[in-house]
Design a protein around this ligand. Structure first.
Ligand code: ARG
Length: 470
C-alpha cells in the first residue's frame, strides 16, 4: 500500500528446510538475523541517524565535517534504498548494522562516529516508533476514506427502507442510510482511538543509549523535535524497553478489524440469493468455476477473516513482552513481524472495504418487501393503540398479538387486514391505524434523537458532512 520502499523479502536465504546440520556460527546467524524483515525500517533508521548526527555536531561531539560526510553518505544510501539497489546482507544482521556498514564503505572513519552516545537499543526503539507512527497516519487517512464512503451511501439512502434485525430476526423497519451511519460511528471511534494512541506514543526514546543514558553532552530535546516527537521519554530504562505503543496500536487495529468483519458478514448475508439486499459488481466478487449462477463475495469474506491474523498479532506480541525484565532483551526483535503483518492486513482491508461500500447498490424492491414481511410493524400497531386509545402498553401488546394471529391465518400483512377484522378484536380501532402500518410510515415515526426516521438520518448525514468536510 505504498508504505515501504522495500519488499520485506529475506536478503539472502541461507537455510533451507531440513538442512540444519550447519556449523554453530551458521545456526547463530540464522536465528539472530533480522534484516529479512527489519529492512522495512530503513527510512526511519536514516531519519533517526540524520537527527542524531545533527545533534552531535551541534554539541561539538562530532565535527561539522563529519556531519557533512554523514549527511552525504546517508543521502546516497537513501537513494540506493529508494532505487532498490541497496546491498542488504545477512552478515550484517539487522537494518542498523547494514546501514552503518554501508556508510563506512562510502565515507570511511566518520561513519564510526555516528554511533557516539547511541546504542542499537534506543535506535531500534526510535525506528520502530517512527514506523508505527507513520503507518498510523496512513491508516488514519484510510479510515477517513471509509467513513466518507459510508457517508456517501447514507446520503443517497436516507429514506431507503430495509428490515432492521435483532437476533437476525426481522424486528422493525429501518433505513439503509441509518444502517450505514451505524458503521460510520464505529469507524469514527476507531479513528479516535488511533489518534489517542498516536498522541500517547509520540515521545522520543533516542538518547537513552543502551539503557542508562550517556556521559556525552547530548541534547535529547533537539533530536525529539527533529523527529517531530512531542518530547524525549523521561526514563532511559523505559525508553529502550517499552513496546506498549505497539501493543496499543495492535489493539486499535484489532478493534477496527472486528468492526470490518461485522460489516463484511452483513455484506456476505446481503449478497446471498436468499436475501438479495445489495448488489456488488464483478469488481468485488468472483465467479464459481463450476456453478455459473454464483457470484461469491470473496473480498468481504477475506476482510472478515483478517481479524484472525490481526488479533493474533496482538496476542503474539503481548506474549513476547510478558515477563520480560528491564531493559532491552533480544526477545524484542520479535516485535516487528506481527505489527508489519497486522498493519498491512488492516490497510488492505480498509481499502477493499471502502471500495466495496462504494460499489454496493441496495436493491430497493427486495429491501422494501423484506421490511414489510414478518409483521415488522406490529410494534407500531401496539404504539398506535397506546397513543390513540390510551391503552396500557401490556394490553396493547396482547391485542396486537391477537390481530397478528388473525392476519397470519388469512395470509395477509397487517396493512392488508380489513378494518372490520381489526375491530373484531378491538372495537375502537379506526382507519387512522393504517397510517402507521407500512414500513415507511413505521420508520418515519421513529424521530427520537439517533432514531431511524429519514428526517433524523438526514440530520445525521448533514452533521457528518460538516465534520468530514476537510
Ligand atoms: N535487531 C535488534 C532488534 O530488533 C536491534 C537491537 C539490538 N540490540 C542489541 N543490544 N543486540 O531488537
Amino acid at each position: 500500500m505504498g508504505m515501504d520502499s522495500t519488499d520485506g523479502k529475506p536478503a539472502k536465504q541461507k537455510m533451507w528446510g531440513g538442512r540444519f546440520s550447519s556449523s554453530p556460527g551458521e545456526l547463530m546467524q540464522a536465528i539472530n538475523v533480522s534484516i529479512g524483515f527489519d529492512q522495512r525500517l530503513a527510512q526511519q533508521d536514516i531519519r533517526g541517524s540524520l537527527a542524531h548526527a545533527a545533534m552531535l555536531a551541534d554539541n561539538d561531539i562530532i565535527s561539522q565535517q563529519d556531519l557533512k560526510d554523514i549527511q552525504k553518505g546517508l543521502g546516497d544510501i537513501k537513494a540506493e534504498i529508494d532505487a532498490g539497489t541497496f546491498p542488504f546482507t545477512d552478515e550484517l544482521e539487522d537494518i542498523h548494522l547494514n546501514i552503518e556498514g554501508r556508510l563506512k564503505e562510502k565515507i570511511g572513519e566518520a561513519a564510526g562516529r555516528l554511533h557516539t552516545g547511541r546504542s542499537r537499543n534506543d535506535q531500534v526503539a526510535t525506528d520502530f516508533r517512527l514506523w508505527v507512527r507513520d503507518y498510523l497516519d496512513h491508516l488514519d487517512g484510510q479510515m477517513t476514506d471509509l467513513m466518507n464512503a459510508l457517508l456517501e451511501k447514507a446520503a443517497a439512502h436516507t429514506d431507503t427502507i430495509m428490515p432492521g434485525f435483532t437476533h437476525l430476526q426481522s424486528a422493525q423497519p429501518v433505513t439503509f442510510g441509518h444502517h450505514m451511519l451505524a458503521y460510520l460511528e464505529m469507524f469514527a471511534r476507531d479513528r479516535s482511538r488511533l489518534r489517542d494512541c498516536r498522541a500517547r506514543m509520540n515521545e522520543s526514546p533516542l538518547g537513552a543509549a543502551a539503557l542508562a543514558g550517556t556521559p556525552y553532552p547530548i541534547n535529547r530535546e533537539m533530536t525529539a523535535k527533529a523527529l517531530e516527537f512531542d518530547r524525549p521519554m523521561a526514563n532511559s530504562l523505559d525508553a529502550v524497553s517499552a513496546r506498549d505503543f505497539a501493543l496499543e496500536a495492535l489493539s486499535v487495529a484489532s478493534i477496527c478489524a472486528t468492526h470490518l468483519s461485522r460489516l463484511s458478514e452483513e455484506i456476505v448475508i446481503w449478497t446471498s440469493a436468499q436475501f438479495q439486499f445489495v448488489k456488488l459488481t464483478d469488481a468485488f466478487t468472483t465467479g464459481s468455476s463450476i456453478m455459473p449462477q454464483k457470484r461469491n463475495p470473496d473480498a468481504a469474506e477475506l476482510i472478515r477473516a483478517k481479524v484472525g491474523r490481526i488479533m493474533g498479532a496482538l496476542t503474539s506480541l503481548t506474549i513476547v513482552m510478558k515477563g520480560l525484565p528491564l531493559a532491552y532483551s533480544k526477545d524484542m526483535q520479535e516485535d516487528k513481524e506481527p505489527v508489519f503483518d497486522a498493519f498491512d492486513g488492516l490497510s488492505l482491508s480498509l481499502a477493499a472495504m471502502a471500495g466495496m461500500v462504494r460499489d454496493m447498490t441496495p436493491n430497493k424492491e427486495e429491501l422494501a418487501e423484506a421490511a414489510g414481511a414478518a409483521y415488522s410493524t406490529a410494534t407500531d400497531l401496539a404504539d398506535w393503540l397506546v397513543r390513540k386509545l390510551g391503552m396500557p402498553f401490556r394490553d396493547a401488546h396482547h391485542v396486537t398479538g391477537t390481530i397478528v394471529a388473525l392476519a397470519e391465518g388469512q395470509g395477509k400483512t397487517l396493512a392488508e387486514l380489513s378494518l372490520d377484522d381489526m375491530q373484531s378484536v378491538e372495537a375502537r380501532i379506526t382507519d387512522d391505524v393504517y397510517s402507521v402500518l407500512t414500513p415507511l410510515a413505521s420508520a418515519s415515526s421513529r424521530t427520537s434523537y439517533g432514531g431511524t426516521a429519514p428526517s433524523e438520518v438526514a440530520k445525521q448525514v448533514a452533521r457528518w458532512q460538516a465534520l468530514l468536510k476537510d
